[in-house]
Ligand binder design. Structure first.
Ligand code: AVJ
Length: 349
């Protein structure tokens, strides 16, 4: 373990003058094999149907564009989930009384503050373990958090949570695991099952998982959310080409592609594509390959699955988890599900 003690804003000083840092950093080694961009591109791009995993959207510009998407009038999931989390945070905290809050894909941890505020009001303290790939973002947001909440211990986890969870540092006491934002919808059924199995495997009786998932709804509402009028989602999608150019030494030209997002009703998912506007060749040096694309040929860049309460329940049950509470807004547009290990009721305190 390495500590950020040197950057610490307000360390706790003891008589012996030992500094106990409230912000620490841990690297989580991947236990499962995780493909890199070269492997993913050679599996996904060279032959059709062509696709890339959505995680490559999120370089610095992509993360900024995603934040901008959340501000658009059409993209409802983020603000819906945040309002829901604000209203259920007290229930979640007082029901579970967690000693640790572990968040997969924490980003800037904006929404998570509602849980810390609920801890404040309930007179509870907890350690926060944000798990993300970007060390700089973890450090910056961790530093702000320890300044804002004088009781909060922040232990950042640097790594890829898809690489497995067995490498997490040991934690004593009850854990609340968070997987918010509807990111579970980016996973195929198999990927979601594998991930939830991993989470279930590290959960003990009394622990909880709070899962955020977007719901099936009117397809016009869904369509608009992924085709905003200001074209920010289009820029976000096209940004993948810049990532590929940079990481794979490729020569994609974004004016040769267009953004397309549609709701596939049968599969109950948004499918997002980059569509080739013309017949073109794209050189990908890192793969020593030239892509030959026809006009209208598509690259699948993201799926975003939309769930029903029954879907969510069976997804969790299949992983050995039971739904304990289901929070939803009046319009039923988003779900926050609190799940526990099957057969082990969450006890108070
Ligand atoms: C961050 C995965 C929840 O699927 O809605 C937003 C990403 N893609 N607009 C989603 C996204 C296009 C988003 N998630």
């Amino acid at each position: 373990m390495l500590a950020y003690a040197a950057h610490l804003a307000n360390p706790v000083m003891y008589m012996e003058e030992i500094v106990v840092p409230r912000l620490t950093r841990h690297r989580v080694p991947a236990a499962l094999p995780v493909a890199d961009i070269v492997e993913d591109a050679s599996k996904g791009l060279i032959k059709s149907p062509r696709s890339m995993p959505p995680k490559y959207f999120y370089d610095e510009r992509g993360s900024q564009l995603f934040d901008a998407i959340c501000e658009t009038r059409e993209y409802y999931p983020t603000r819906t989930e945040e309002a829901l989390l604000r209203s259920c945070a007290h229930d979640v905290i007082t029901q579970l009384r967690p000693d640790h809050i572990v968040e997969f894909g924490s980003g800037t941890a904006r929404k998570t503050r509602h849980l810390f505020d609920a801890c404040d009001r309930a007179g509870e303290t907890a350690a926060y373990w944000p798990f993300d790939v970007c060390e700089e973002m973890l450090h910056d947001s961790g530093q702000k958090l320890v300044q804002e909440y004088d009781w909060l211990q922040v232990n950042t986890l640097v790594g890829d949570y898809l690489g497995g969870l067995t490498g997490l540092p040991p934690r004593e006491g009850r854990c609340l695991y968070l997987f918010l934002g509807g990111t579970i919808g980016n996973f195929t059924e198999d990927e979601a099952a594998t991930f939830l199995d991993e989470v279930r495997a590290i959960m003990r009786p009394g622990d909880g998982l709070l899962l955020g998932a977007d719901r099936v709804k009117d397809s016009e509402v869904l369509h608009a959310a992924y085709n905003d009028d200001s074209g920010i989602t289009a820029q976000f999608n096209l940004n993948l080409l810049h990532v590929l150019n940079r990481e794979l030494d490729a020569d994609f030209c974004d004016s040769n592609f267009e953004h397309r997002a549609l709701f596939n009703t049968e599969a109950s998912r948004i499918e997002m594509y980059l569509v080739s506007r013309r017949r073109q060749s794209v050189r990908i040096k890192a793969l020593e390959h030239t892509l030959e694309l026809e006009a209208g040929e598509k690259i699948l860049t993201e799926i975003s699955r939309k769930f029903t309460p029954a879907n969510l329940e069976s997804l969790l049950n299949d992983a050995g988890l039971a739904v304990q509470r289901h929070f939803e807004p009046d319009n039923g547009w988003f779900s926050l599900v609190l799940a526990e290990v099957e057969g082990a009721p969450v006890t108070q305190s």
